[in-house]
Design a binder for this molecule. Structure first.
Ligand SMILES: Nc1nc2c(c(=O)[nH]1)N[C@H]1C(S)=C(S)[C@@H](COP(=O)(O)O)O[C@H]1N2
Ligand SMILES: [Mo]
Length: 385
């Protein structure tokens, strides 16, 4: 009689095989490796105090790495589901007898438990973050970063333990039964090749339906992209002025930009800012959530403003926004960014005065910089010593 909990031997489909698991698992491993490396890059880019300065070039670098991060994370969702489906009968395998080998088996199973839990956590929190949905109390960035190390560690252990199986599976035909569980004797509803083909298509579809947030050519098919890469003045709006608590009074004619440095404090009205030497640059806004959009910006080079207060070259600058609610109202512009000729206090976007939601009266735009640090509604630049 069948119990409530199945036994491993009751799973008889040949689709659930090492041949399939190793192939899907390898691509899943590639996705996790790319997501891990690009995630580290994104994390480091947001560290205020960088021992090695995050580079300002190429200007599209962060757009590429963060686009890859979200694309590989999206592709990993169907890959992980298929992978888990092919191997989950092992969950019901009998517990090993207490012995040296048994302890090793338990450790190995434990590491798989950690791997599955951390992988599911990373994909679930990543997707929720991209959708700007935070049904949790912890800091997304801290938790996603910490669990990334757990996931990649458990993945390395898993690959090391399974290397003989992985090699045997890749070395033989996909239909070979050499690595099968003893009970996997029934041919599946479809062939292994068809299952794999379906999996690759699902992974590709996951990328195509989300990557339009970064790749303009894909916009029309990207039905799951949270941001389309389009918006007022050609760029999506991440947080509106209202959401940030920036009022009409804040941005009226009484607005002043204060620049504070060793040479004193300089206050400038918006008209005075517009009267300074302006520079125009094509630079993308690249959000950590995966969407990005290029735009043409013009405004005052930050370095010119720093010169007004005799800031030494290489000085980090604290950027303070008019924002009253939420994060990112105060950010650090590292010295190499502050000095870069393309880093602007932008007054216009795509030839128009910034709309208040895009950061009017003035905002930061710098090359190769995460969107979260492209601070809007800037009211104060403070040279840090
Ligand atoms: N003051 C402030 N600036 C901010 C933000 C914010 O919440 N407050 N959001 C940032 C984020 S996460 C992104 S992606 C960009 C988006 O700029 P946009 O809304 O003009 O497209 O603004 C950045 N600047
Ligand atoms: Mo963002």
């Amino acid at each position: 009689m069948r119990g409530v909990v199945p036994r491993e031997a009751e799973f008889t489909s040949r689709l659930r095989s090492a041949a399939v698991a190793a192939r899907v698992g390898s691509w899943l491993g590639v996705c996790f490796a790319i997501a891990f490396v690009t995630g580290l890059i994104s994390h480091y880019a947001q560290v205020p105090d960088q021992p090695i300065p995050f580079p300002t070039a190429p200007s599209w670098g962060y757009r590429l790495t963060q686009g890859l991060h979200v694309a590989t994370g999206s592709a990993a969702v169907p890959l992980l589901l298929v992978k888990l489906w092919t191997v989950y009968p092992k969950l019901f395998a009998p517990l090993p007898r207490p012995s040296r080998r048994g302890v090793l088996t338990m450790l190995e199973r434990g590491s798989i438990g950690v791997l599955v839990a951390s992988a599911v956590f990373q994909l679930a929190t990543g997707l929720a973050n991209a959708a700007q949905w935070y049904p949790w109390a912890f800091s997304f960035r801290t938790a996603h970063f910490a669990v990334a190390w757990i996931a990649i560690g458990a993945l390395l252990v898993h690959v090391a333990v399974k290397l003989p199986v992985i090699r045997a599976a890749w070395g033989s035909d996909v239909d070979s039964v050499g690595q099968d569980r003893p009970s996997a004797t029934r041919s599946g509803a479809v062939s292994r090749r068809t299952l794999l083909r379906g999996t690759w298509i699902a992974a590709a579809a996951a990328v195509v339906t989300t990557a339009g947030a970064t790749v303009p050519l894909l916009r029309k098919v990207s039905v799951f992209a949270v941001r389309t890469g389009e918006g007022p003045q050609g760029v999506p709006i991440n947080r509106t002025a209202q959401a940030a608590g920036v009022t009409a009074d804040d941005v009226d004619r009484s607005y002043l930009l204060q620049v504070v440095g060793p040479g004193g404090t300089v206050s400038l009205t918006r008209d005075e800012l517009a009267g300074l030497r302006q520079r125009t640059r094509d630079l993308p806004i690249a959000c950590v959530e995966g969407w990005s959009a290029g735009a043409t910006w013009s405004g005052v080079p930050i370095r010119d403003l720093l010169d007004l207060v005799e800031a030494p070259r290489g000085s980090d600058v604290l950027v303070v926004s008019l924002q009253r609610r939420g994060h990112y109202g105060r950010t650090v512009l590292q010295g190499n960014f502050a000095d870069h000729p393309s880093t602007l206090l932008a007054l216009t976007i795509n030839g128009e005065q910034l709309s208040v939601d895009h950061g009017y009266p003035a905002r930061i735009i710098a090359p190769n910089r995460p969107g979260v640090l492209q601070t809007k509604w800037v009211t104060r630049l403070e040279v840090m010593t």
